[in-house]
Design a protein around this ligand. Structure first.
Ligand code: GLU
Length: 435
């Protein structure tokens, strides 16, 4: 990186390390990692300030006619964190825990995630505060369409491209695409990714996040000189990410000794039959009643004696309170933000190799990028091509981060932030500040 491109600066950023850190606040969690990487990169203060602030935050009220004939008003957010490298990219979640603070953090994470795997995208996230499990299909459709209409000014293949996230799926993406297209008066497939295959979705997109986790876990095992065959794995969360990662790792020869979902966990030291668990979930819609292992809690699962721990559910599950008890050698963060900043140093002291979320779960957005490219080109790839290109990007990104980690003697999370922040910062320097 050439210094003459740097923005004018008279001092180097020295983040306030004593700043109050609320461990459970996702934006603070993101920022404390950002600060550390920014310091190591000697990021100039002007850019530091720019990258600490989201570009745009939208909050909308979403009135929905419920099935009982009454109108309910939901709150929705969409945050575009940074679009210097390309259109904003990131999912939409429907959850009771959604808040502007959380969406802001997740949008920032998307910015770093897209940059770490070098996609030509910025980062965004959206969310609606609701309990989708208590809503009918009709209510969810009306909610999705009205929320889409509320944020339509940011949406577009060149400006902001949503995708599925917690509690949203291809069905929801189809409604987003249709609503946008009706407003534009023509069909725009590339406005959203994670769509059904029949309407411009990509082969391999549904499995992509779990597949990416499998790929980087294999790379980590290789790096640590551990064999894949017989490696024991505990997977928290059995949705789109956890179940696919478990299935693919099992196919590679790993032994999945524990799985869980919101109803609880199941432990079997001889290995759980993942295909049977997936079949069970297909029938019952959760792991409840699964007989392939002894019942444990979600907290117990995190501290099992396994080689690999794969948290693929929600944020803040590995904290300063339980990090000391984690026995895995590798943590592959399938979820966004499963580890708090407070837990980072404890895991590092214990010598646990953490594949950070922005790298570990980047497979999903990588195939989203492939979907967007295919939609724009109107020419679709085979599943083999998608998987091959995904493997390529994930292994190359893992190597980029590992190389920087070794060079600066930092952990993989700090190195991943350094790779992303320097890529975003370089583009800002080249573009300059528009006045
Ligand atoms: N919601 C996913 C994530 O957090 C996918 C985002 C996307 O494909 O745009 O990475």
């Amino acid at each position: 990186m050439t210094t003459d491109l740097r923005l004018p600066t008279d001092r180097i950023v020295r983040p306030d390390k004593d700043r109050f850190l609320n461990e459970e606040n996702p934006f603070e969690a993101m920022m404390s990692r950002f600060d550390r990487a920014a310091e190591l990169l000697d990021l100039e203060p002007g850019l530091y300030k720019v990258l600490r602030h989201p570009e745009k935050q939208i909050t909308v009220s979403v009135p929905v006619m419920m099935d009982n004939g009454e109108v309910e008003v939901f709150i929705g957010h969409r945050v575009l964190y940074n679009t210097s490298r390309g259109p904003a990219k990131g999912g939409i979640r429907f959850d009771l825990n959604v808040s502007l603070e959380e969406v802001k953090a997740l949008a920032a994470w998307m910015t770093w995630k897209c940059a770490v795997v070098n996609l030509p995208f910025g980062g965004a996230k959206g969310g609606v505060v609701c309990d989708p499990l208590k809503m009918s299909a009709g209510e969810l459709e009306r909610l999705t369409r009205r929320y889409t209409a509320g944020i339509i000014s940011t949406l577009g293949p060149d400006s902001d491209v949503p995708a599925p996230d917690v509690n949203t799926n291809e069905r929801v993406m189809a409604w987003v695409m249709d609503t946008y297209s009706m407003h534009m008066r023509h069909t725009v497939t590339a406005v959203v990714t994670g769509k059904p295959i029949e309407m411009g979705g990509s082969l391999g997109r549904r499995e992509a996040t779990g597949r990416g986790c499998m790929i980087v876990t294999k790379e980590a095992l290789k790096h640590l000189g551990m064999p894949i065959r017989g490696t024991t794995v505990a997977v928290q969360g059995f949705g789109n990410v956890g179940s696919v990662a478990a299935e693919l790792l099992q196919r590679e020869g790993c032994k999945i000794t524990a799985i869980s979902d919101r109803t609880g966990g199941y432990h079997n030291p001889n290995g759980i039959d993942i295909e049977a668990a997936i079949k069970h979930v297909r029938q019952v819609r959760s792991l409840e009643g699964f007989t392939g292992g002894d019942q444990i809690t979600n907290d117990d699962l995190l501290t099992l004696d396994v080689d690999v721990l794969l948290p693929a559910a929600l944020e803040n599950v590995i904290t300063s309170r339980n990090a000391g008890k984690v026995r895995a050698k590798i943590i592959c963060e399938g979820a966004n933000g499963p580890t708090t900043a407070g837990a980072d140093s404890i895991l590092e002291e214990k010598g646990i190799f953490v594949i950070p979320d922005i790298l570990a779960n980047a497979g999903g957005v990588t195939v989203s990028y492939f979907e967007w490219v295919q939609d724009r080109g109107g020419y679709f790839w085979t599943e083999a091509t998608v998987n091959e290109r995904l493997t390529d990007i994930m292994t190359r990104s893992f190597a980029d981060v590992l190389q920087l980690a070794k060079q600066h003697k930092v952990n993989m999370r700090t190195a991943a932030y350094m790779v992303s922040i320097s890529r975003v910062a370089t583009v800002h320097r080249l573009r300059g500040i528009y006045a």
